[in-house]
Design a protein around this ligand. Structure first.
Ligand code: FES
Length: 67
């Protein structure tokens, strides 16, 4: 679990909220951190949000597996 609410900014450089990142992950069925970077540009400026973005991705992958 990560500590973000849907409308919280996860990547402040790109002004990306958790829900925007989750939407990309779900719509495009992303599975790797690099794919999330390609799609959203998250964590491509300072990189300090990388672990948070990864945590969100992992949570989504877990949900996908659980159905
Ligand atoms: S906060 Fe995401 S790249 Fe800086």
């Amino acid at each position: 679990m990560n500590e973000f609410e849907d409308n919280d900014i996860v990547c402040r450089h790109l002004q990306l909220t958790k829900s925007e990142i989750v939407k990309s992950i779900r719509d495009k069925q992303l599975t790797t951190f690099e794919q999330v970077q390609d799609e959203t540009d998250a964590a491509t400026v300072c990189g300090s949000c990388a672990s948070d973005v990864e945590a969100i991705l992992e949570e989504e992958i877990r949900k996908r597996k659980d159905g």
